[in-house]
Design a protein around this ligand. Structure first.
Ligand code: TRP
Length: 329
């Protein structure tokens, strides 16, 4: 039997090249090696206020984009978290075995609660819900970026605690992460990871950005005061542009060096822009084709939920039994 892989992405903002090169490209690549479930985590999104009409359309946009990027609904289950009520149900049960101290220690919670003007309880529970996503399907492998490793560790701790407190119920997700993709930084500030929540026109390249806009953003990307590429001394901005180029074209380190050493920054940017545009053009065309039929995306999501529900229901039933909650037989 194939191992199960599960990952999730929030339907907030628009997916950008950092999401694509860091995670989504890999999702499509590994889907045939695993029994794969990819989850659009709308319940995570609402841990901070989302405009209702916008959230719904972002969910459909993201689903369409995941399909355009090659997630194959015949092989992978594409699931909207809130369509499978067992995510929230299991999250509650896991909340009850999670010490408050574990949650207060999470660095992402601490960072988010420093900036938010009011901290919802959901923000604290966020990693418990993520643990529920993973444990609900008894996932073995959870590809996430390094900003999520603490949450993944917590999911293991929760599983372990439940298993020893009640009964052996959950598969331990592996800590070993499959080789994850490139870590892409903001074009305007190469010290910061490219983020959906950072505003500013020059920060991120959305996968649906107009091709001319993409070109402009890259031409304006922050570099440094040197005139040309020097692999020994280059700053974070140049390094980031080269990472973007390499991640899209998959050229070797040697080829990259040969191609770019000594190149002036203007020419570097032109080449990077060309590579990005030629990779995104067919993706955008597929996206337009897929989303031209709204009912198609909706149907894929219905199927995905239907396909994973037996596994989800089975886990919740086991958890209820283990905890002594009422079950019919
Ligand atoms: N918290 C993850 C992120 O922001 C998204 C996520 C939610 C997730 N549930 C998950 C990732 C389960 C992996 C597995 O990137």
């Amino acid at each position: 039997m194939k191992k199960r892989v599960l990952s999730g992405i929030q339907p907030t903002g628009s997916p950008h090249i950092g999401n694509y090169l860091g995670a989504l490209k890999n999702w499509a690549k590994i889907q045939y090696d695993y029994d794969s479930i990819y989850c659009i985590v709308d319940l995570h999104a609402i841990t901070v206020y989302q405009d209702p009409a916008e959230l719904k359309s972002k969910i459909l946009e993201l689903a369409g984009m995941l399909l355009a990027l090659g997630i194959d609904p015949k092989h992978s289950s594409l699931v909207v978290q809130s369509m499978v009520p067992q995510h929230a149900e299991l999250a509650w049960m896991l909340t009850c075995v999670t010490p408050l101290g574990w949650l207060e220690r999470m660095t992402q919670f601490k960072a988010k609660s420093e900036t938010a003007d009011s901290i919802g309880d959901g923000l604290l529970q966020y990693p418990v819900l993520m643990a529920a996503d993973i444990l609900l399907y008894q996932a073995h492998v959870v590809p996430v970026g390094d900003d999520q490793t603490q949450h993944l560790e917590l999911a293991r701790d929760i599983a372990q605690r439940f298993n020893s407190l009640y009964a052996d119920t959950f598969t331990m997700p592996e800590t070993r992460l499959p080789t994850v993709g490139a870590r892409i930084m903001g074009l305007d500030d190469p010290e910061k990871k490219m983020s959906k929540s950072t505003t500013g026109a020059g920060h991120a390249i959305s996968l649906l950005d107009d091709l001319k806009v993409i070109q402009k953003k890259i031409m304006r990307a922050t570099t440094d005061s040197s005139p040309e590429v020097n692999f020994e001394t280059m700053g974070a901005g140049v390094k980031n542009l080269l990472s973007i180029y390499q991640a899209f074209t998959e050229v070797s380190d040697d080829a990259l060096r040969n191609e770019f050493s000594g190149l002036r920054y203007g020419d570097l940017k032109k080449k990077v822009a060309e590579a990005v545009v030629s990779a995104l053009e067919p993706i955008q065309a597929r996206y337009r084709e897929i989303t031209s039929d709204r009912s198609y995306v909706a149907k894929v999501l219905e199927n995905g939920a239907e396909r994973v529900t037996p596994a989800a229901a089975d886990t919740v039933e086991k958890v209820k039994r283990a905890m002594g909650l009422y079950t019919r037989n």
